[in-house]
Design a binder for this molecule. Structure first.
Ligand SMILES: Cc1cc2nc3c(=O)[nH]c(=O)nc-3n(C[C@H](O)[C@H](O)[C@H](O)COP(=O)(O)OP(=O)(O)OC[C@H]3O[C@@H](n4cnc5c(N)ncnc54)[C@H](O)[C@@H]3O)c2cc1C
Length: 403
């Protein structure tokens, strides 16, 4: 699977010394993005230069990202031990009544006093930890074992992902909203792109099993005239509706709608993933913190899942460092709550926005279509808005409520 990383996350990975490993593998920066829908009413096009930037993001293979982070961990002189086994069980006892516990006590004694969590792995190994960070994905075992409750629902949508080849290079991220869900074409370097195509489960099993030729035809159709016309400059283009927003017309207001490069070959197998929204009601409890998909699973329509996860990791590591600096117990809820207080509002807001998008595009209704066209029009033509959208997408700014 390929992942779209925001420039802020790329900078974070570089800061922690892991980007040098990513750079040794396939990765693709992109500086343009075009978003449109099947109604043909409008479109939005972003150029990195609209926000005085060189790039809008970078697409990297998930396994490259993981191995790069691991390589970075391996080369540090931190004391580390990697247990390549799954977590089976976890026990955490309440603090004993004695306020001061001698830290030189045995692990078992510290566990009994509630100062360590005890973990048991599938291979029979056991370990103790001051803090357990559940970074184990949407079906987190840590979340389950710690008893965190979640809120959420399954979308009646699957995403088909695969790699495709073009006969020209692609440097733009394309996304078209179709009646059944968005279709994204993300550049991954050279003449290859990654497809993330959201559709109903029934359609996804059909699109997974049709011949390569028919699949490529379906993709090309969906990125061109299929489902509806190309957007004209905009049905709102000649109106003065937005001229009162005196931020000015964006530099690239004349950026024309483009048809994405044709796909000519399938370069990987097609895989289908069910999509859901899930949010842990709490991110922390005594000796446990959840990050990434363990805390929140979002719709992939804006490619934000990993970016939110890195935001969590960055904040949690700062909170831990601050705790260590003042001699605090890093497993204490009072300290961990600082992480939750910072990340939860930001994640909830992003989830709400993505869920709103998902719902707004699930309906084909005249007035709503016009509203969406107006939103695209504003996003394309109003310079300050365009800059803000690029800044939110790049991870530089948080959504307005929490700026
Ligand atoms: C179709 C699709 C496309 C996406 N595209 C993008 C995108 O472009 N950009 C983006 O930012 N996000 C994207 N996402 C979201 C992104 O994939 C997730 O947000 C991200 O992978 C979450 O990372 P994570 O490390 O929290 O969890 P995961 O990637 O799920 O990793 C969890 C890890 O924990 C391990 N684990 C699980 N259980 C246990 C256990 N009991 N013991 C030990 N280990 C365990 C797993 O083996 C795995 O290695 C997409 C998601 C989907 C479905």
């Amino acid at each position: 699977m390929f992942i779209l990383l925001s420039v802020t996350v790329v900078a974070y990975i570089a800061d922690i010394g892991a980007w040098q490993f990513v750079e040794q593998h396939r990765h693709a920066y992109f500086d343009k993005m075009q978003v449109w829908d099947y109604t043909g009413l409008s479109y939005a096009k972003y150029n990195a230069r609209d926000a005085d930037k060189e790039v809008l993001g970078c697409v990297v293979e998930n396994k490259v990202l993981l191995s790069s982070l691991l390589s970075r961990v391996q080369e540090t002189d931190l004391l580390k031990k990697i247990y390549p086994s799954r977590l089976n069980s976890m026990s955490i006892l309440p603090n004993s009544s004695s306020s001061e516990v001698d830290s030189t006590l045995s692990m078992t004694a510290l566990f009994t006093h509630g100062r360590l969590a005890k973990l048991e792995l599938e291979d029979g190994n056991g370990l103790y930890a001051k803090l357990v960070v559940g970074a184990d994905g949407g079906k987190s075992r840590v979340r389950e074992l710690a008893g965190f409750r979640t809120t959420g629902w399954n979308y009646s949508q699957n995403a088909i992902i695969c790699t495709v080849e073009h006969d020209v290079e692609n440097h733009c991220a394309w996304q078209r909203f179709l009646p059944s869900g968005p279709l994204a074409l993300l550049p991954i370097g050279d003449k290859f792109s990654n497809i993330v195509w959201t559709m109903s489960p029934k359609e996804s099993s059909e699109f997974k099993s049709i011949t390569e030729d028919n699949f490529l035809k379906a993709v090309n159709r969906a990125l061109d005239y299929g489902y509806g016309p190309h957007p004209t400059p905009s049905i709102l283009g000649s109106s003065d509706l937005f001229s009162w927003l005196k931020g000015g017309i964006s530099k690239s207001a004349n950026d024309c709608f483009e048809i994405p490069p044709k796909v000519i070959k399938l370069a990987s197998e097609r895989m289908a993933f069910p999509l859901s929204l899930r949010h842990a009601n709490d991110y922390v409890s005594k000796r446990v913190a959840l990050i990434g998909d363990a805390a929140h699973t979002v719709h992939p329509l804006a490619g934000q899942g990993v970016n939110l996860g890195f935001g969590d990791a960055s904040t949690l590591s700062s909170v831990i460092s601050e705790g260590i600096a003042v001699g605090a117990d890093i497993g204490e809820v009072s300290l961990l709550k600082k992480y939750e207080a910072d990340r939860k509002p930001a994640n909830v807001m992003m989830m709400a926005v993505l869920d709103g998008f998902q719902k707004a595009y699930s309906v084909d209704f005249g007035p709503l279509n016009i509203l969406r066209a107006a939103a695209f029009h504003g996003a394309h033509h109003i310079s300050p808005l365009k800059k803000s959208i690029i800044s939110y997408a790049s991870g530089e700014m948080r959504l307005p409520l929490f700026a």
